[in-house]
Write a protein that binds this ligand. Sequence first.
Ligand code: COA
Length: 166
Amino acid sequence: MIPWRIGHQMPDLLVKLYELPEVRANLKDSVRGGVNFRRAMAYEKHQIVNWVGKHFGNGWASECDVAFSNRPVSCHIATQSGAILGFACYDSTSRGMFGPIGVAKPSRGQGLGRNLLLSCLHAMAVMGYAYVIIGGTGSAEFYRRVVNVVEIPDSIPGIYIDKLAE
Ligand SMILES: CC(C)(COP(=O)(O)OP(=O)(O)OC[C@H]1O[C@@H](n2cnc3c(N)ncnc32)[C@H](O)[C@@H]1OP(=O)(O)O)[C@@H](O)C(=O)NCCC(=O)NCCS
């Protein structure tokens, strides 16, 4: 087991985009077969940013908001019957970095996080990135289960320095 945790902080992780697994067509729960994974559209910005703020707080809502400034929009979402189930962003706080990602609590454990992560990483590969950095994450095990990750030495606190008090 790799010692991911040092105090309460985590190192950044490096992902090779040239050996990515494919997005799984079949989610674990067949009821979830009707879930769509796609890039967010500009006209949905208010709904998605509000949803992220409600489920994951203002900091992630801010990062999601910034993702809508990119062309193409660097936020992907999971939807079912017009409802948001999860989101993932990249190129937000820093170029070449993935995150944040979040799935609504009742929808976790069914493969949505995996597909959102892989959808974004494949999109980044198409843009021309060779590697992606996952910033100091609290869910390293999730990433390790989906892609091969390499811990970046001396990456604590990384870019997350001099953070404003909540
Ligand atoms: C992390 C998160 C996005 C995972 O979403 P999810 O839809 O539940 O994940 P999946 O069902 O696709 O899981 C994929 C794999 O990761 C594993 N996994 C998921 N969450 C995990 C966690 N918190 N710890 C360890 N393993 C986890 C699953 O068991 C699965 O493994 P398997 O393929 O070997 O069975 C979700 O739990 C979440 O929103 N958490 C709160 C926000 C967060 O911590 N985001 C990440 C930091 S930016």
